[in-house]
Design a protein around this ligand. Structure first.
Ligand SMILES: NC(=O)c1ccc[n+]([C@@H]2O[C@H](COP(=O)([O-])OP(=O)(O)OC[C@H]3O[C@@H](n4cnc5c(N)ncnc54)[C@H](OP(=O)(O)O)[C@@H]3O)[C@@H](O)[C@H]2O)c1
Length: 249
């Protein structure tokens, strides 16, 4: 697959370029940074796929340029909203080129979210602990929140039996989303980890995912590129192609 990397000097872009050097299936035929012209690079290199890890502000212009430049798009850049989806579908249908947007390319993390939603049906008690490096500015993580949202789709009566009315220290039980407690740990020694804990009579289930470095995102990027390269579809979210039976829900 011949790819152009948009945002190639960034942290994710550099990781992808290095990953492609080790994987003969991917050939990087062009790299674009903030000062470059994506349209001119597409015209010059005619890639199969453009993988984009750049800036949220430019996300829609980037998608349009890629599809109108006759390439499929794999977009990791954050910031897409429900309102963007309809516009992207129009461009996909007009150009006949596919677009795959995934807010999370970590296969293990997406699987963990799906397993958590499944387990949520069977356990009354659930808490999420997420662990990140000390420079992460936001808390809780988007992954923790998304996990809680998916679990809340199943039920909203978590942790009813917990006797935690007396607080000796405010905040010690973490934040709360639909009854699910969420705890955010920030310290050196972590990249991105999450544990979802479920408790029931006489048993405990713990789902844990650890991302050790940015290469952990790359198998998900490759999976998305393989999927979208010859399909005129708009796909949002890696879970859509992980054969999890979500389409039946
Ligand atoms: N989907 C996922 O799983 C996932 C995982 C991690 C990160 N992300 C998202 O991916 C994006 C990039 O993350 P990062 O950590 O790699 O950020 P980063 O290190 O800041 O890199 C962003 C790169 O984009 C370049 N850039 C800015 N505007 C551009 C434009 N108009 N055209 C082309 N390149 C442009 C920048 O170029 P200069 O260096 O020249 O300024 C920079 O090198 C963010 O939105 C982040 O949230 C997604």
């Amino acid at each position: 697959m011949r790819i152009v990397v948009n945002g190639s000097r960034g942290k994710m872009g550099q990781t992808l370029v290095a990953f492609a050097e080790e994987h003969s299936e991917l050939e990087v035929v062009g790299e674009v940074g903030s000062g470059g012209s994506l349209a001119a690079t597409l015209a010059r290199t005619a890639p199969d796929v453009v993988v984009d890890f750049s800036r949220p502000e430019a996300r829609m212009a980037t998608v349009r340029t890629i599809l109108e430049g006759n390439a499929a798009a794999v977009i990791g850049t954050s910031g897409f909203t429900g309102g963007d989806h309809a516009q992207i579908r129009q461009w996909v249908s007009a150009t006949g080129k596919g677009c795959f947007v995934a807010p999370n390319f970590l296969i293990g993390s997406v699987l963990m979210q799906t397993f958590a939603q499944l387990a949520a049906r069977y356990f009354d008690s659930a808490e999420i602990v997420e662990y990140h490096h000390e420079t992460k500015v936001d808390h809780p993580s988007a992954t923790a929140l998304r996990t809680a949202e998916l679990m809340a789709e199943v039920r909203s009566d978590y942790n009813r039996a917990t006797c935690d009315a007396v607080a000796s220290l405010d905040g010690s039980r973490g934040a709360e989303f639909s009854g699910i407690r969420i705890h955010a740990v920030r310290m050196p020694g972590f990249v991105a980890s999450q544990e979802v804990l479920f408790g029931g009579p006489g048993q405990r289930l713990s789902l844990r995912h650890d991302s050790l470095d940015r290469t952990s995102y790359m198998p998900g990027v490759l999976l998305a590129a393989r999927y979208i390269v010859d399909r005129a579809e708009f796909v949002y979210g890696l879970e859509r192609i992980l054969s999890l039976g979500l389409e039946q829900r």
